[in-house]
Design a protein around this ligand. Structure first.
Ligand code: ZN
Length: 289
């Protein structure tokens, strides 16, 4: 169901005009915009970053592997899902891979900056895209699944976003999250990416339970590559004048191929539910209580 951004009235209708107060969301840069005042702010994420990501994501082992892992979780925990929303869909890479894997799933993607949506629109085929602040979601019991992949670590009020996600999922619905893990991996790469924090498994579980989710799966990933990641982050613990933010993302050739194969092995371990306690990232599946 929809929830009016103006008067909070909850309604079920094909269009967005609120039957109670008559409010209709604005259209900004061609996209329905629920938080137009934020649509062009670039705090938290540089707009130019989207253009860079659009080119880098498709060839990068990390993005490819993370997408396969997300699809694995949808298949295992939400096989009956009819619709899904991805918050912070960026340039649409994940949405596109979900679209290919689950052609019957009705997909939506949101971004706070409308600039990102124009990149996503080039990539996805059927997904509905809109501008939205995840701290104020215009939905109630609407989605079977909501995903936020490396998003909540960018937001000061992560609890508020998770509470909004809880309101927006259906009774039997749930969420899939990926977040950066381990405080000891904190480096300039986190600062550069405007991360507010890296999580620990216990901390995230506690927050999720407080807002009304039950964690049904939690695993680390980027476990086998953790030593390499640690060394790379150690080198960039502090800001360096020659820091290259695209260095990790633009790894190509044989190294990228080899790392992708390592991630393939790791995904098999995750599939077999081998416990992985440490890793560069944390993957969580939680259902609404
Ligand atoms: Zn209204």
């Amino acid at each position: 169901m929809k929830r009016c951004s103006n008067c909070k009235h909850v309604f079920d209708s094909a269009d967005w005009t609120c039957p109670d107060c008559g409010y209709s969301p604005a259209i900004v840069d061609g996209f329905t915009s629920f938080s137009p005042l934020n649509a062009h702010k670039s705090e938290g994420f540089e707009e130019q970053f989207y253009a860079q990501m659009f080119d880098l994501e498709a060839g990068n082992f990390w993005f490819k592997s993370r997408s396969k892992l997300i699809n694995l979780m949808i298949n295992k925990y939400f096989p009956e899902a009819k619709n899904m929303l991805e918050i912070g869909c960026g340039s649409g890479y994940v949405l596109r891979t979900i679209e290919k894997a689950y052609p019957g799933l009705s997909l939506s993607g949101s971004e706070i900056f409308s600039k990102g949506l124009s990149f996503a629109a080039k990539r996805v085929q059927k997904a509905t895209l809109f501008q939205m602040d995840a701290q104020e979601m215009p939905f109630e019991a609407e989605f079977d699944v909501i995903g936020a992949f490396d998003v909540i670590e960018h937001i000061d009020e992560d609890r508020r976003v998770l509470a909004e996600m809880r309101r927006a999922v259906r009774i039997d619905g749930g969420i899939i999250l990926t977040v950066p893990q381990h405080k000891w991996l904190w480096s300039y790469a986190d600062e550069y990416a405007h991360h507010k924090r890296r999580y620990t498994a216990n901390e995230l579980r506690e927050i999720l339970e407080k807002v009304g989710f039950r964690v049904i799966r939690m695993t680390s990933f980027v476990t086998l590559l953790l030593p390499i990641m640690y060394l790379s982050r150690l080198r960039n613990r502090k800001a360096r004048p020659d820091y290259d933010d695209t260095a990790e993302l633009s790894i190509g050739g044989f190294i990228s191929y080899a790392m992708e194969r390592v991630m393939d092995v790791e995904r098999q371990l995750i599939k077999c539910e081998v416990p992985l306690h440490a890793g560069g990232s944390l993957l969580v599946v939680a259902k609404r209580v």
